[in-house]
Design a protein around this ligand. Sequence first.
Ligand code: ADP
Ligand code: MG
Length: 254
Amino acid sequence: MSAVMVKAENVHKSFGHVEVLKGIDLEVKNGEVFCLLGPSGSGKSTFLRCINHLEQVSAGRLSVDGALIGYREVGDKLHEMKPKEIAAQRRDIGMVFQRFNLFPHLTALENVMQAPVKIRGVGKAEAREQALRLLDRVGLAERVDNYPGQLSGGQQQRVAIARALAMKPKLMLFDEPTSALDPELVGEVLDVMKDLAREGMTMIVVTHEIGFAREVADTVVFMDGGVVVEAGSPAEVIDAPQHDRTKSFLSKVL
Ligand code: ADP
Ligand code: MG
């Protein structure tokens, strides 16, 4: 495994004529918890989606665990991975969205078993045992046979995290995982994420939960308008921001 999990160098992404990422440089080390803050529309989700091959970078260089996933410079051809390579890399990246995206017709257990069985070819008995372990780990041992519709938002999101972990990812991406939850359910999801962080998972977390970022993040990045405005430790970026845009954003969310 490479010591650097994600490396972005001058990453640009445009949709038509609209440039959404305007030269992102950042580095996420192995085992690091990396929190991405920024106002709506600043390009946070787009950046995560580039890492996960849901979007293709327009220019710059982006690599995950040493493998170049996008590269284009003026006059250069885009470095393109083969579909098989993309699929292989996506299997190693877990993603948790704001909306839980569980399969409504499958129980919690079946939701967690599904990808290992279908995509990794794990045997059902083994997948089931692993799923039970993971659901226990996110505090849902009693709920394994419930359908998503029978679970609260916080419980559904914990199933979604267990489902992502079932693929044994080397990198977890969280895109505002608690933004759709009632306030009283936010803590239980953040607690699961804190456990994961403690266990050494490499995580990129887009969040407005400043308390979580302060407590758990190794690095905090503030993005605005498609650029990184400032990056550093939570003490630097959250408690002693240098830029007016960061200060103004924090004053609204704190
Ligand atoms: P954030 O997650 O920080 O709120 P996004 O990455 O979702 O920001 O979006 C950044 C900008 O990119 C927004 O202006 C959004 O409208 C635009 N955008 C995102 N995805 C697309 C797309 N597929 N096509 C066109 N514009 C998009
Ligand atoms: Mg977003």
